[in-house]
Design a binder for this molecule. Sequence first.
Ligand SMILES: O=C[C@H](O)COP(=O)(O)O
Length: 252
Amino acid sequence: MRKKIVAGNWKMNNGVKETSQLIRKVKKSIADLELNNARVIVAPSFVNLVGAIKSAKDSKIEVAAQNMHQAKNGAFTGEISAEMLQSIGVKTVILGHSERRQYFGEDDELIARKIDAALANDLEVIFCFGELLEQRKLDNHLLEVGSQLKNTLFHLKAADFKNIILAYEPVWAIGTGETATPDQAQEMHAFVRNVLAKKFGQETADSVSILYGGSVKASNAEEIFSKPDVDGGLIGGASLVAEDFVAIIEAI
Ligand SMILES: O=C[C@H](O)COP(=O)(O)O
C-alpha cells in the first residue's frame, strides 16, 4: 500500500535557530499522533540540514534536501553532491522543483541526470513537475506533464520507483494563494498514474505516492487529500508555520 506523505519545502527561509525551533514545535505536536501509513518530511536549506537532523532525532520527522548536483564531486563551486547528502544522513532529495527550472535554468535533461545520480547513491527522490498557467489556459496541461514525465522518468526501471515520490505542482498555484481544485488535482494525478501504468505496469503505478503542491493550507488540505490519487502534499508557505503545518499533517 502506497504511503501518504506530507512534506514541507522550506525553500530559502529560516536560519539555524528558527529551523530548530520549527522542528521542535512540530515534533512535539505530532508526538502522539497516530501516523499509521503516513510520513512527515521537512526540507530545510543546505546549511540547516545537519542541525535539522539533530533536532528531528527520535521523532516522526524525516529530513530531506531541496536540491543536489548531478556530479559525484569536483570543481563545481557552491554545489552539493549526493554523496555529501548521504554523508550527513540525508535520505531524500527534492529534484525538478519549478523554482529550480525557472530561476536556475534546470531542464528535463539535467533533472533526469540528477535523478540518476540520486538513485545511484541510494537517495530517495521527490520529483516535481507541473504546467505553467499559459499551458493550463490552452488546455495543454496533460500534454506538458506527459512530456516532462517522459523526458525525466521513462529511462528508469520499474524497480527504481521504490525510491521515487512524485509531486505535481502546477506552477500557477505555487505561492500564489490560488490552489488547483481537488478535481483538477485528481484529474492530473490519475493521468500521471495512468502514464506510469502504461510504461512501467499497474503494480508500479499503484505503489507510487503522488503529492500535490501549490498553495495547500490548513483550510483546504483535507479536501485535496480526500481525492483517491492524491497521496499527500508538498507544502511551501504553510509549512513554515508550525500550527498550520501540523494541521495539514493531521489532515492526512
Ligand atoms: O514545494 C512547494 C511548493 O512550491 C508549494 O509552495 P506553496 O505551498 O507556498 O504554494
